[in-house]
Ligand binder design. Structure first.
Ligand code: URQ
Ligand code: ZN
Ligand code: ZN
Length: 483
């Protein structure tokens, strides 16, 4: 089956050009003006629209078992909602329980993801340490296409990594040529602050941000960056939400250290006032970590994105419905952490980023797709509009307007953190490996999504900081001790 996307403006991270895109089977086979349509080809009229690489969301948690419940979005409904928003791939997370085999957990998640409608891959979290964990990391990297290992520095008494685990895992990742990623919040500080706040009688959602101030994120981000620097391993900081963490990233990058940073679309446009909503349920909807911040952090995050200090955007799509959030009605510490967003990321970023002049269309493509594909070593198979690339494509109408609402979204959750937000710039068609998965209505097929292997990086790639630029340390030669 061939599809010819005709009359559009192709936008890549490198630039824009008036061009047609011809797909045959799962692959893009030609990009250029006035392409001939093969006999029997389906023609998609992209006149007046942009033709861009499908979004890649580097941070999702479909059907995640967490905090005593399970996220309400599964891999089929979540990738269907993604397609409706122009996203064609999600990198999700395997999160083993402490003492659980990483390999066993990986196979569990692989099973759950078989229902996915679009392509997916997995970061694997290192939540404890042993020789077996080390061996499993090696197996995952060399046999299962895992080139990124996640470390939660928060969530004490659950999945939190102490420094010993961070150091051992980072060292192993360097040996493998894999990327380390971190959720950077100091979990010990959070634990103590939560208790203090609760003891003061603050039990509602407003206690959540009070227990995880920006300094808590800044400390952990800097600690992870310094550990990575000394060990000579590249680092990717997920959901950078505040100035304190961004400053740590910026300092390291300006000193030549290989550090990447991610920002969530919601952290760019929603601020901490949501926690002071008098309606408990509504306030609880915004409980996620790191929390939504005061307004000044948003402008800094936009500048981080514009300057290239932040390379990727994500959603941390982790859905807990209102009754699940209510598990913490008497104690904010028990409100399952997470918010949705996979369906709205591109439109929110186009409306608040491109239409405001903060981002060009090419920069939009870079931060919603191409940079993630490059960082996680799947470019140009993914994140590209060029012959040989997977035909993961979004046909984007820059003037199409909609109002975001739980009443109309496809996400399997009973509220939307962007409720009522009008966004201009939306998909009209989404293709996943050459199949139309959205055309104004979802056209997804359960199980059509494929697991994407992500090869590790060459050894030179991991020697990425000034310390490694120095000569190898050598022992001092001393005369034998006098008898
Ligand atoms: O911390 C994460 O990334 C997961 C557990 C989703 N929840 C959240 O609040 N970000
Ligand atoms: Zn996190
Ligand atoms: Zn997450």
């Amino acid at each position: 089956m061939s599809i010819l996307i005709r009359g559009g403006t192709v936008v890549t991270a490198e630039g824009e050009s008036r061009a047609d895109v011809l797909c045959h089977g799962e692959t893009i086979v030609a990009v250029g003006p006035n392409l001939e349509a093969p006999a029997g080809a389906r023609i998609i009229d992209a006149g007046g629209a942009y033709v861009m690489p499908g979004g890649i969301d580097p941070h999702t948690h479909m059907e995640l078992p967490f905090m005593g419940t399970v996220a309400s979005e599964d891999f089929f409904t979540g990738t269907t909602a993604a397609a409706a928003g122009g996203t064609t791939m999600a990198i999700d997370f395997v999160i083993p329980s402490p003492q659980q085999s990483l390999l066993e957990a990986f196979h569990d998640w692989r099973g759950w993801a078989e229902k996915a409608a679009c392509d997916y891959s997995f970061h694997v979290a290192v939540t404890w340490w042993s020789d077996q964990v080390k061996a499993d990391m090696h197996t995952l990297a060399t046999e299962h296409g895992v080139n990124s290992f996640k470390h939660f520095m928060a969530y004490k008494n659950a999945i939190m990594c102490d420094d010993e685990t961070l150091v051992n895992s980072f060292k192993t990742a360097k040996e493998l040529g894999a990327l380390c990623t971190v959720h950077a919040e100091n979990g010990e500080l959070v634990h103590v602050l939560q208790q203090d706040i609760f003891d003061k009688g603050i039990t509602g959602p407003e206690g959540h941000p009070l227990s995880r101030p920006p300094e808590v994120e800044g400390e952990a981000a800097n600690r992870a960056i310094r550990i990575a620097e000394v060990l000579g391993v590249p680092l990717y900081v997920v959901h950078t939400s505040c100035i304190d963490a961004l400053e740590a990233v910026t300092r390291a990058k300006l000193e030549g250290q290989r550090v990447y940073a991610e920002v969530l679309a919601q952290h760019l446009v929603i601020d901490e006032s949501v926690y002071r909503n008098p309606d408990w349920d509504t306030a609880s909807h915004y409980v996620m970590s790191p929390p939504f911040r005061a307004k000044e952090h948003q402008e800094a995050l936009w500048r981080g994105l514009q300057s290239g200090m932040i390379q990727t955007t994500a959603t941390d799509h982790c859905c807990f419905c209102t009754p699940q959030k209510a598990m913490g009605r008497d104690d904010f510490r028990k409100i399952p952490n997470g918010t949705a967003g996979i369906e709205d990321r591109l439109a929110v970023l186009w409306h608040h980023g491109v239409r405001t002049g903060r981002l060009t269309p090419s920069e939009f493509v870079a931060v919603t797709s191409t940079n993630t594909a490059k960082i996680f070593n799947i470019h140009p198979k993914k994140g590209a509009i060029q012959p040989g690339a997977d035909a993961d494509i979004v046909v984007w109408d820059p003037e199409k307007t909609r109002t975001i609402s739980a009443k109309t979204h496809l996400q399997n959750i009973d509220f939307n953190i962007y409720e009522g937000m009008e966004v201009t710039g939306n998909p009209v068609y989404t293709l996943s490996r050459g199949r139309v998965v959205y055309d104004g209505q979802p056209q997804t097929i359960r199980g059509a999504g494929k697991y994407v292997n992500r090869p590790c990086f060459a050894p030179f790639w991991t020697a990425q900081n000034k310390r490694n630029a120095l000569a190898e340390p050598t022992a001092v030669v001393r005369p034998p001790a006098a008898k």
